[in-house]
Structures are given as C-alpha cells and as structure tokens.
Design a protein around this ligand. Structure first.
Ligand code: A3P
Length: 321
C-alpha cells in the first residue's frame, strides 16, 4: 500500500517551525531537534505517531539500532532465528532472505508503519511480530514494557564512517557532498539522525542492565568476532533457543553463513540498484561490513577526539568500544 504522507507533512509543519534546526548530512534537508534528538522532517511524524500509538504485545520482538550500526544484519538474524524451520520442511519454499532485502522482512515502526497517514492496524499480524526502530529507548520505554528488545550498538568510529559514506550516496545529483570534517564535527556535537549517538547508545546500555529480561545489548564487533556464540545468546533471549539437535545439525553455523555480509551482499536482490527500501537502493545497505574501516577515513586527530568522548561518556558506566 503506498504510503501517503501528504497530510502528515501539513500536521508537522507547525511543529517544525518551532524546533531547533541544523544543517543535515544529506544535501539540503535540515535536521530538527525534537525532545532531545535529531530527525529529518520526513521521519518526524512517524516518530511522534509511533510514540503515541504503538502498543507492544508480550510476543513482540523489537530490533533497535542507531542508523549504520548493523540494522540490516540484525534484521536478517532476528528474522532467521524466529522463522527457522519454516523453509526446511521439504515443501520447496525458498527462504525469503534469499530473494528479499532484510529490510523488507522487518518493518521500521517510525519509517514504515507509523510514517503513513492514519494509524496502522497491526492487530492482525500473527505473533511473533517483528519490528525495527531507530528510536531512542527513552522515547519508547512505555511501548517496550512487555516485549523483547534487542539493541545492536557499534563503535562510534565505524558508525560515523559508515553513516558518512551512506549519506554521501543519498545526495541528489549535483548536490555537493558534506565534507567528512564537517560531518564529523556535527557527529561529535551530537548532531546526527536519531542522535546524539552517545545518548542513544548509553540509554540502551543502562536500560539493558536495569531490565535485562526485556532489553538485550549487543555490539557489532562482538557479533563479528563470535557470531555463533551471539546468535545463540540472542535466540535464547528471544525465547527461541537452539536445541542440541539443531546445534549438532549445524543449524547455527548455517544461519551465521546465511546472514553474513559476504553471503547477503552477493545475492542478486542486494546487488540491485533497482530494488529499493524507502527510496534507497538495496545495494547501498552493504558497503564493507568490517570492523575498523574508520582507519581508512579518519585522521589520528579525529580518532583521538572520538576516543576522548567515548571515555568521558561511556567509561563511567562500564561501556567500552
Ligand atoms: P559499513 O558501511 O561499515 O560497511 P545499517 O544496516 O544499520 O544501515 O548499517 C550498515 C552497515 O552494516 C554497513 O557498514 C554495512 O556494510 C554493514 N552490514 C550490512 N549487512 C551486514 C552483514 N550481514 N554483516 C555485517 N555487516 C553488515
């Protein structure tokens, strides 16, 4: 169903006029600060509507990230854990992840479901309902009350680098790129979509230790290092643990391979510039998928600055990257 945003823009127009504004990263659209976080105008209505109308059920699963922390990967993993077995029953069904971008399998609350005119009726979605969001936990505390939330974080150096590369690809033809120095300064000052990055990560970190049965905190780097271990932990947390038989049959390893960067990024559907997610070509969600690629983009001065902020912001709470 096409998403009609026309009326929403009008509704939001007044609010936007009153919000603090900063230059955006993608060409001309600015970022707006709403209740402490930065959003593009196209997302704001979905943000407000999700907060107002979304009600979780105890069987719901929410996959949360700040952009460029590995959302696409997390969606593939979450979807695979919950739906495993469905395509292995000899019926010849093809695993949907082989022919669909992971974003097509798990909708965002604020970017897809609540971004359109009206309030969606999600009551007919069969459990477990799988949703994604970039919303900060402080904005969704009540909505998360009775479901399982998995938050995937990523170190700020690589998150920033990934974001800068991504947004540069979204520029309209002829629009000048925002320089890496300029974007970096904004990121360090908290100005990035759904940011400040620091608040976003720290809030989920604290919430996961306060409500460990409700919110799980993962790191992209740990997932890369020990995918088998973390897939199992996530499956247990979600209430879909792997059985001994599954382990012995190599189901976890197969899932790790299926969701890997190399496998997903080489699928025809994800190499296509024609298939699009919210107007963004599927292929753009896959770049390098490495830990530490920021070394190729950031000067040592920039890395020092980020490391200092990490130390100031995260260390007092026992969080390290
Ligand atoms: P890089 O730009 O560093 O390569 P998001 O999914 O939140 O938009 O984040 C995108 C980042 O995750 C990109 O990082 C992308 O390459 C990486 N990514 C996408 N799919 C992945 C996968 N299956 N495994 C690991 N990283 C993945």
């Amino acid at each position: 169903v096409p998403c009609d945003k026309s009326e929403l823009r009008e509704e939001c127009e007044k609010l936007l006029q009153s919000l603090p504004k900063a230059q955006g990263w993608v060409g001309s659209p600015p970022l707006y600060k709403y209740e402490g976080n930065w959003y593009y105008s196209a997302t704001l209505q979905g943000v407000i509507s999700s907060q107002k109308h979304f009600q979780s059920q105890h069987t719901d699963i929410i996959l949360a990230t700040i952009p460029k922390s590995g959302t696409t990967w997390l969606k593939a993993i979450g979807y695979s854990i919950v739906n495993r077995g469905r395509n292995a029953d000899g019926t010849g069904d093809i695993n949907p992840l082989l022919t669909n971008n992971p974003h097509n399998m798990v909708p965002f609350l604020e970017i897809n479901l609540y971004a359109c005119k009206g309030v969606p009726d999600l009551s007919r979605m069969p459990p477990p309902r799988l949703f994604a969001t970039h919303l900060p936990v402080s904005k969704m505390s009540a909505q998360y009350a009775c479901c399982k939330v998995v938050y995937l974080s990523r170190n700020p150096r690589d998150t920033f680098t990934s974001d800068w590369n991504f947004t540069n690809k979204l520029r309209a033809v002829g629009e000048e790129a925002i320089s890496i120095e300029e974007a970096f300064d904004m990121f360090c000052n908290g100005i990035s979509a759904f940011g400040p990055y620091w608040d976003h990560v720290l809030e989920y970190w604290k919430a996961s230790s306060e409500r460990p049965g409700n919110i799980m905190f993962l790191k992209y780097e740990d997932l890369k290092n020990q995918p088998h271990h973390h897939f199992k932990k996530m499956a247990e947390f979600l209430g879909y643990p792997f059985s001994k038989e599954e382990e012995a049959k190599g189901v976890v390893d197969e899932m790790v391979k299926l969701c890997s960067f190399d496998h997903l990024s080489n699928l025809q559907v994800n190499q296509s510039m024609n298939g699009k997610i919210n107007g963004v070509p599927n292929s753009i969600f896959f770049r390098r998928g490495n830990v530490g690629d920021s070394k190729n983009f950031l000067s040592s001065g920039m890395i020092d600055r980020l490391d200092r902020i990490v130390k100031d912001q995260f260390s007092p709470f026992g969080l390290e990257f």
